[in-house]
Design a protein around this ligand. Structure first.
Ligand SMILES: Cc1cc2nc3c(=O)[nH]c(=O)nc-3n(C[C@H](O)[C@H](O)[C@H](O)COP(=O)(O)OP(=O)(O)OC[C@H]3O[C@@H](n4cnc5c(N)ncnc54)[C@H](O)[C@@H]3O)c2cc1C
Ligand code: FES
Ligand code: FES
Length: 479
């Protein structure tokens, strides 16, 4: 079966390339060398390109992703735009024009990546220049600086880049990429590529994937490929069978019901953020702290739980929210509380023939929640320690408390001893100080390049004190 892709408006065949070939290598081999390789692990954004993805405000949204992490096989039937497709030296795109006239580029290595990330925000359907909202992260034109949080520049400095972003107007009436947003996105193409003994499959339906998993437990599922892509590029992992699940309709369901929220495993962090629109404050606090916009545009919630990493950001938050996950296999479906899901370092109760179908968050939510991420950088960094809180205080007494921890043991875990030290106690500084001392003993933290064990323990206790202080300050403001 021939695999095709539309690049900068022209349909072309993907060709006979190794199934692990990244979008970046594929583009550059075809002479489209605007996108650069700076790190090959999603950290620098030099490889940023635009893909046409399902939108929430318009049928299609131009979405910036890291071309170094995505396999080209995953874009069969899709539409992609590179910096070359946005404009040319004789006819610059508004983003390129603003970067040029405001001194937003020096050596230029990072520039095509910035151009693509900035263009995605330029075309974001919900961006509006008319609301006048302007703060340290948003321009008067509605430009959200988080759009650039995954792009690094070593020589220009970010001020002129930000000036360029804030100078952008609206797309003009004859802008073809703006018009493209109002037509449906390209549907996922069932894909079957086999080259040199390795296969890439994109089955059309969940049942087909479950059949495959039952017959080939060695199959590697891939969703946003923000973890798998790093394994391929940096660790040289080459699985013989890769199965794409990111566009399966059954894994992209979203429902905000009266009793629970159902979040499809293949929804990306960016999509979930838009769909929830702040209705789960704990997650609203998490999203901007999770990697960068470029990564969140690809990274799925199912992939985050699928890695079972002890430093993944969603588990501490979802543990605090008392979430469960739905595991599906040819044998049927089962619901597993997230608190029972992790069994050891990167091990879970998920059987080899199962996949994560969705995440369930029970309602109503606890009134006091927070997500604290302790990392070396404020954005675009992995946690040293992460803590999710969900607490109910009535008449000054703690009625319920759930605390999820990451980065302090081989698995994400609930801080049960701390929860016990809080429940049925008055919500006072004294109680919290005593509970913070307990919290500092939770887990079995270890020393690594991110943080020492003693730092991690100290951060746990500090985090609870901060949570308390923030909750009291909030009460004072609302009183
Ligand atoms: C630069 C960078 C920064 C990052 N920062 C963060 C961060 O701040 N916080 C954080 O938590 N993570 C971070 N990550 C890790 C990564 O982005 C997340 O773990 C992400 O959620 C993975 O989702 P994905 O869809 O890309 O998964 P993939 O890479 O496609 O898959 C990851 C694993 O999950 C499995 N999998 C995927 N979908 C399913 C499913 N439905 N059922 C069962 N298994 C499945 C795959 O087989 C694979 O083993 C970062 C990664 C990079 C490259
Ligand atoms: S090359 Fe650095 S993010 Fe892709
Ligand atoms: S202009 Fe040189 S790295 Fe950004």
């Amino acid at each position: 079966m021939s695999t095709t892709i539309t690049v900068n408006g022209e349909q072309t065949t993907i060709g006979d390339v190794a199934v692990h070939t990244t979008v970046l290598d594929w583009l550059r081999d075809r002479g489209l060398t605007g996108a650069k390789e700076g790190c090959a692990e999603g950290e620098c954004g030099a490889c940023s390109v635009l893909v046409a993805r399902p939108g929430t405000d318009t049928p299609t949204e131009w979405t910036a992703v890291n071309a170094c992490l995505l396999p080209i096989a995953g874009l069969d039937g899709q539409e992609l735009v590179t910096s070359e497709g946005l404009g040319s030296p004789a006819d610059l795109h508004p983003v390129q024009q603003e970067l040029a006239v405001r001194g937003g580029s020096q050596c230029g290595f990072c520039t095509p990546g910035f151009v693509c990330s900035m263009a995605a925000e330029f075309y974001r359907s919900a961006r509006t220049t008319s609301n006048g909202h302007c703060d340290h992260e948003h321009g008067p034109n509605g430009f959200d600086l988080h759009a650039l949080s995954g792009n690094l520049c070593r020589c220009t400095g970010y001020r002129p880049i930000r000036d360029a972003a804030y100078a952008l107007g609206e797309p003009t009436a004859d802008d073809a990429l703006a018009a493209r947003r109002y037509a449906p996105p390209p549907p996922p193409a069932p894909t079957s590529m086999a080259v040199d003994g390795a296969e890439f499959l994109r089955p059309a339906e969940l049942d087909d994937v479950l059949e495959l998993l039952a017959d080939r437990p060695d199959a590697q599922l891939v969703a946003g490929s923000t973890d798998v892509g790093v394994e391929v590029n940096i660790r040289g992992v080459r699985k013989p069978l890769v199965v794409a699940v990111d566009r399966l309709a059954e894994l992209r369901e979203f429902e905000f019901g009266p009793d629970e929220i159902r979040i499809g495993a293949a929804l990306t962090l960016s999509e979930i953020e838009r769909l929830l629109a702040g209705r789960v404050p704990l997650l609203a606090q998490l999203f901007p702290q999770f990697a960068s916009r470029l990564i969140r545009n690809g990274a799925t919630i199912g992939g985050n739980l699928g890695t079972a990493s002890p430093i993944g950001d969603t588990p501490p938050a979802l543990l605090a929210l008392d979430a469960s996950i739905v595991l599906a296999s040819r044998r049927g479906e089962r619901v597993v509380p997230l608190a029972d899901y992790f069994t050891g370092y990167r091990q879970t109760v998920k059987a080899p023939d199962e996949l994560i179908r969705s995440v369930l968050v029970p309602l109503p939510l606890e009134p006091l929640t927070a997500f604290h991420k302790i990392a070396k950088r404020r954005f675009d960094d992995i946690s040293s320690v992460a803590v999710g809180y969900a607490v109910d205080v009535a008449d000054g007494v703690v009625r319920r408390a759930r605390i999820g921890l990451g980065g302090v043991a081989a698995t994400p875990l609930r801080a049960r001893a701390t929860e016990d030290a809080l429940i049925d106690r008055p919500w006072t500084e004294r109680t919290v100080r005593e509970a913070a001392a307990v919290m500092a003993t939770e887990g079995t933290p270890m020393d690594d390049h991110r943080a020492s064990a003693s730092y991690r323990s100290a951060m746990l206790g500090q985090s609870l004190l901060r949570f308390y202080t923030e909750s009291v300050a909030r009460e004072e403001v609302s009183a």
